[in-house]
Design a protein around this ligand. Structure first.
Ligand code: DC
Length: 226
């Protein structure tokens, strides 16, 4: 038996930072499902495969070995044994990941991996379709949102700290495009699950969002008497 908190939301909604903090606070395993799609996208680039070569992309997804090693700040990611923790956040990967993750067969394979990663553990899992598709029966379901401009501004600051060179305008356009793609997938598109609690983080500092989410989680834990 495992206890699952699912957190969905668009790029820059604060999912990454908040889920890590909640994992620490509540003693849960943190799983960022975006990593699995980013790793496939990285393998697609490494193998010089074009986005219209669908069968080749599916073959890659079927054969990749993705290992996620939890670390204090950034989880380490290994693709076929090679450390790609930094590379999966590159501009190039970010530019194609949404399209790669739109391929139904790729999604089915990654969802299988994501469910395996959670097996037997108490987890907080972040993504786009956790509450609607990966774990529709999650114990706690949350949808995080924030305005497009605020999400772009956050990503800009984050990138600056990581030494990733992208202008605010570039990020805004890239997020807009990804939102559009993420919301129109055949399966697993970004949607608010019927029974998810929607939390808007626009204008909130991380500490304020953390407090809001912690309250929701604590109340729900009391309700379901874990
Ligand atoms: O959360 P992220 O930006 O690292 O996600 C990268 C991409 O993967 C994003 O464009 C949407 C996709 N994704 C998805 O389709 N389903 C998920 N559960 C997680 C991410």
């Amino acid at each position: 038996m495992s206890f699952i908190i699912g957190i969905d939301g668009p790029a820059g909604s604060g999912k990454g930072t908040l889920t890590k903090l909640i994992a620490k606070k509540f003693g849960l395993t943190h799983i960022d499902t975006g990593i699995t799609y980013r790793a496939v996208a990285k393998a697609v680039l490494d193998n010089n495969i074009k986005l219209d070569e669908k069968e080749k992309i599916i073959e890659i997804a079927r054969n990749v070995d993705i290992q996620i090693v939890p670390e204090e700040n950034v989880d380490k990611v290994f693709l076929n044994g090679k450390d790609v923790t930094q590379d999966i956040r590159s501009k190039e990967v970010t530019a194609i990941v949404s399209q790669v993750s739109s391929i139904k067969e790729v999604r089915l394979l990654m969802v299988e991996l994501q469910r395996k990663l959670a097996k037997g553990k108490n987890v907080i899992m972040e993504g786009r379709d956790i509450c609607t598709y990966v774990f529709p029966n999650a114990d706690i379901k949350i949808y995080l949102k924030a305005s497009l401009e605020e999400r772009a501004r956050r990503r800009f600051e984050e990138n600056k700290q990581k030494g990733i060179n992208m202008s605010y305008e570039e990020i805004l356009e890239s997020i807009k495009l990804r939102d559009e793609n993420d919301m129109h997938k055949e399966i697993g598109s970004l949607q608010v699950a019927e029974d998810s609690i929607v939390v808007d983080t626009t204008g909130l500092e991380i500490e304020q969002s953390l407090e809001k989410l912690s309250k929701i989680i604590e109340e729900r834990i009391k309700e379901i008497k874990i």
